[in-house]
Design a protein around this ligand. Structure first.
Ligand code: NZQ
Ligand code: ZN
Length: 386
């Protein structure tokens, strides 16, 4: 197990009545609140009215930044920064999914500096010294942004989708009510499930190979996620299934599953240009990329993938070589994504050979990966997914 530092300051309220905690949380912050939300689902579901009532009853002055789109854009962040600086906002309240939360995180640090937020943070990874406090009401389990410090923003001008994190970008509190996810369209729920499984894989299929508590926790998360996904597809209002999907996706990125591991985010690095170039949903892109990536690196990662196949997918090792067991686990992953209705080829995303080079050109290869790969490997991985 590698040495590590663990820290996570997010206060979590979880459950059917978690929203009742909002007034208490609001009382800890100043009067001016910027409510950040997406394309309108919170208005259709009635959540917007509940949030606005809570804000009014808490005596807050409400400002709004709606219309944050999936794969949130830099333009929206600039709009939010300008509003925060003009009005002297005391608290950002993000109500939605990863896109809304990430946009709010970028606004939080961007509004407390005179530097251009994209150049300073998302291009050059400068340390953020200050941020507007951020609270979250989560409506889609997927990214873990409600419990982590990461934000991912797309700059359409440069076709870059870049990440940033800082201890300043942790939410101060996150409200997780699984019943708020009952209204998710099935494909959005599936995108979230794929993203969560992908996060768990990125954390698990990484060195060191020796068994440790972190791996055992990741396996438990994977088994829980797979079981809950099967149940939620059959009955979207199965509370325990929704609750397990929500807590597993949050827990996956709370930092516990990084402990003692190097972590390999290569599938995410290949997916991000797909979202940035073709505005594909993050989970849909991962359903295509991640199994293809695993198939490609499999000869170098047999011990990890064999363990995953047996302990998570229940592959029977009898009469199989280690490599065959590992391959059966990757195949089970792809089959599972497909059975949920996720795309598993670039063709199903509407992309062909013409997309391969542009995606490879924009793939960040500077991060650690289980088996180091180069641009030509990215091309081969993408071609295998055509
Ligand atoms: O925009 P609205 O109208 O709210 O609709 C959203 C959106 O269209 C809809 N939705 C959300 N909750 C709903 C609902 N519809 C009905 N009922 C509900 N309860 O779902 C759609 C997708 O929302 P979005 O926030 O885009 O989804 P997600 O949470 O998957 O976020 C994706 C973004 O997060 C980034 C991704 O790259 C992508 O940009 N990521 C962020 C990470 C992080 N901060 O740690 C890590 C991830 O790996 C990921 O990269
Ligand atoms: Zn992800």
């Amino acid at each position: 197990m590698l040495d590590f530092m663990y820290y996570n300051p997010v206060r979590v309220h979880f459950g059917k009545n978690a929203l009742e905690a909002l007034p208490g949380e609001l009382s800890r912050f100043g009067k001016k609140v910027l409510l950040v939300y997406g394309g309108g689902s919170i208005k259709r579901t009635g959540l917007y009215d509940r949030i606005v009532s809570a804000l009014r009853e808490s005596g807050k002055e409400i400002f709004e930044l709606g219309g944050v789109m999936p794969n949130p854009r830099a333009e929206k962040v600039y709009e939010g920064i300008e509003l925060c600086k003009r009005e002297g906002i005391d608290l950002l309240l993000a109500v939605g999914g990863g896109s809304t939360i990430d946009c709010a995180k970028a606004i939080a640090v961007g509004a407390r500096t005179d530097r251009d937020f994209w150049e300073a943070f998302f291009k050059n990874w400068e340390e953020a010294h200050d941020a507007i406090p951020l609270g979250v009401v989560l409506t889609i389990p997927a990214t873990g942004s409600e419990l982590d410090k990461s934000a991912v923003i797309t700059n359409m001008a440069t076709h870059e989708k870049n990440g940033y994190d800082s201890e300043r970008t942790y939410p101060q509190f996150s409200i997780l009510d699984p019943t708020l996810t009952y209204t998710l369209p099935k494909h959005q729920m599936v995108n979230g499930i794929v993203d969560t499984i992908s996060h768990l894989y990125e954390l698990y299929i990484s060195p060191p190979d020796e068994e440790c508590l972190t791996d055992a926790l990741a396996e438990a998360c994977l088994r829980t996620e797979i079981d809950a996904a099967r149940r939620a597809v059959i009955d979207p209002e199965d509370y325990d299934a929704r609750a397990n999907l929500m807590w597993t996706s949050s827990f996956a990125l709370c930092g516990m599953l990084n402990n003692g591991k190097k972590t390999d985010w290569e599938s995410h690095n290949i997916e991000h240009p797909i979202s940035a170039l073709y505005d594909v949903a993050h989970g849909a892109g991962l359903a295509v990329v991640h199994p293809a990536y695993l198939d490609y690196i499999l000869p170098y990662a047999v011990p990890r993938l064999k363990r995953l196949a047996v302990n998570v997918w229940g592959v029977d090792p009898q009469g199989k070589t280690d490599e065959e067991i590992a391959r059966a686990g990757v195949a089970a992953t792809r089959d599972f994504f497909h059975a949920l209705g996720a795309p598993v080829t670039l063709g199903e995303l509407g992309l062909g050979e013409e997309a391969v080079d542009p995606i490879a050109d924009l793939t960040d290869l500077s991060c650690f990966s289980y088996q180091p790969i180069a641009r030509e490997d990215v091309v081969a991985i993408l071609r295998s997914a055509l």
